[in-house]
Design a protein around this ligand. Structure first.
Ligand code: NCD
Length: 310
């Protein structure tokens, strides 16, 4: 892999290779000495133009566990505020001999834009409403770990499908691995032609929970909504919010997921988020191993290119 810009262009074999590599790294993470030297000569810049807790820390930990040199850049405290362009900002960082860039940006295609114009290897850590590939990978890895396999499983993605990059990366990953995927939410938050991707659509959360093996619940992305898509958060919670009682009353096993940050009391009640159905914190743990796998495989690509040009 030269870059990781989205799941859409990844094939099943590569996804499976990432999972096998991540399984090895998860074992490493559970050892007393959690560090391996794989990225010892590589410098990674984490360039975040949007807020992040989990993803940035997870990438940083993954890089450090692989012995990379790490620099962090947060747009809110940078010269972006003085009017510098995205390309100039990134080129200035690269001039300091950075090899890989992990980037989050509010614009769709930002990671692709940088990958097309610089020599760095780029990982997309979320580009607007488009893709968040490592989240799709860690979600599918977590399902595989919990249920043994992904193929044949019924996966429901519930919430703000329209504005979530997690939704699209999840749809691509789970479909490529042979799962059935359904999206569920208010009609205004579901893109009109989404069924063309091969997913089914529902507006009934209760019926969707009864259908699925896994419910991946997404946050309402209010920061991306320029108009009102539903009357109030209170009404959204009443129609689409999921409680522990709803999950318990299904009388079947169900796996509850959420990429975080959870808005407790809106898409999930606190008792649902903290219930035994939930694997939310396992997702976070797996995120580090999956990102280590992606970085490791990308570094292998780099080594191969350097060997050829030597
Ligand atoms: C998601 C994101 O930023 O796209 N969070 C994450 O990366 N764990 C989802 C969200 O913000 O709701």
């Amino acid at each position: 892999m030269k870059h990781l810009l989205g799941i859409q262009t990844l094939d099943k074999t590569t996804i499976e290779l990432i999972f096998e590599t991540a399984t090895e790294f998860k074992n490493v993470l559970n050892r007393p000495i959690k560090k391996v030297p794989s990225l010892r000569d590589i410098t990674v810049a984490n360039i975040f133009f949007e807020n992040s807790t989990r993803t940035r820390l997870s990438f940083e930990l993954a890089e450090k566990r692989l012995s990379a040199d790490v620099v962090n850049f947060t747009a809110s405290s940078s010269s972006v505020k003085k009017g510098e362009t995205l390309l100039d900002t990134v080129n200035n960082i690269l001039a300091m001999k950075v090899d890989m860039v992990v980037m989050r940006h509010a614009s769709v295609g930002a990671a692709q834009f940088i990958a097309d114009r610089t020599a760095a290897q780029v990982i997309n850590a979320g580009d607007g409403t488009h893709e968040h590939p490592t989240q799709g990978l860690l979600d599918a890895f977590s399902v595989r770990e919990k249920l043994g396999e992904v193929a044949g499983k019924k996966i429901a993605i519930i919430g703000d499908i329209m504005h979530s990059r997690v939704a699209l990366s999840n749809i691509f990953t789970f479909l490529k691995l042979g799962a059935e995927v359904r999206v569920c939410g208010p009609a205004t938050l579901i893109p009109r032609h989404i069924a063309a991707l091969g997913v089914s659509v529902s507006h009934q959360v209760q019926e969707t929970l009864a259908w699925c093996d896994v419910a991946n619940v997404l946050r309402i992305q209010l920061e991306r909504q320029q108009i009102k898509y539903f009357p109030s958060l209170r009404e959204y919670a009443a129609y689409f919010g999921i409680t522990k009682a709803m999950l318990d009353n299904l009388n079947k096993p169900i796996v509850l997921m959420h990429p975080g940050p959870v808005n407790r009391g809106i898409e999930l009640s606190s008792d649902a988020a903290d219930s035994p159905h939930s694997i939310i914190l396992d997702q976070v743990e797996n995120g580090v191993a999956v990102r280590m796998a992606v970085l490791y495989l990308m570094a292998q690509y780099r080594d191969k290119i350097l060997a050829v040009s030597a």
